[in-house]
Ligand binder design. Structure first.
Ligand SMILES: Nc1ncnc2c1ncn2[C@@H]1O[C@H](COP(=O)(O)OP(=O)(O)O)[C@@H](O)[C@H]1O
Ligand SMILES: [Mg+2]
Length: 202
């Protein structure tokens, strides 16, 4: 049995998507809407293990990562299985962490994210679900994008355009505090998802 399959099997998630247990060689580095992400200790890879109701995403996300191979803004993919994918570990901070820790996000970072997204469009994808937790600024100040499972959906996703607008209209201004508490960001994200923020609808 593949070592990755064995590790994925060690991850026990209950019906309420609560993490029950996992192999001691894994370290939890992130929790998303569809999966838990673990760094494999003593390696530079992560295994993303999908919740029971989202296992179909493993194949979809693996295929999309494969079509993005060679574009350095995206992690490399090494293996996938029935409910998991194995990709590069990214050392750095998501834009969400940057904002909550007061790490500056510049207009140049945004330009580079735009460029990375344009490369994904060039290979026939439709980048979607582009939000603060799916974009990293690495410790070497490079951009990395993750969570590509929705890049083949047809719907027009305005999240990234709205984030750029908010950066221009608020974040860049001198009055804007560059450090924003995580719970405040979560409230804004909640209101945005509900379509309750005027001029910022998806
Ligand atoms: N390759 C990675 N390296 C480091 N952290 C990661 C990596 N992939 C995901 N994470 C962390 O795990 C979180 C959830 O991963 P993500 O792929 O976005 O899952 P979901 O599809 O459930 O949203 C991310 O927001 C990030 O904090
Ligand atoms: Mg995500």
């Amino acid at each position: 049995m593949s070592i990755y399959l064995e590790l994925a099997k060690s991850v026990i998630i209950n019906k309420k998507n609560r993490l029950i247990s996992f192999d001691k060689s894994l370290k939890l580095v992130g929790t998303g809407r569809s999966a838990f992400v673990f760094r494999m200790k003593s390696s530079n890879k992560v295994i993303k293990v999908f919740y029971p109701d989202y296992t179909y995403n493993a194949k979809e996300e693996a295929e999309i990562y494969k079509s993005l191979q060679g574009i350095h803004y995206f992690p490399s993919i090494y293996e996938s299985g029935p409910n998991y994918i194995v990709i590069d570990y990214i050392e750095g901070y998501t834009l969400f962490e940057c904002m909550s820790q007061g790490r500056i996000i510049t207009a140049d970072h945004l330009k580079e994210i735009d460029y990375a997204l344009s490369l994904a469009s060039d290979v026939g994808l439709n980048p979607s679900d582009i939000h603060l937790r799916n974009i990293f600024i690495t410790s070497h100040d490079e951009i990395k994008l993750i969570d590509v499972a929705r890049y083949r959906q047809m719907k027009d996703c305005k999240q990234w355009c709205n984030l750029k607008k908010a950066h221009r209209q608020f974040y860049c201004k001198s009055f804007f505090f560059k450090k924003v508490p995580a719970h405040f960001l979560n409230i804004v994200a909640f209101l945005y998802k509900k379509g309750l923020i005027p001029y910022y609808r998806n």
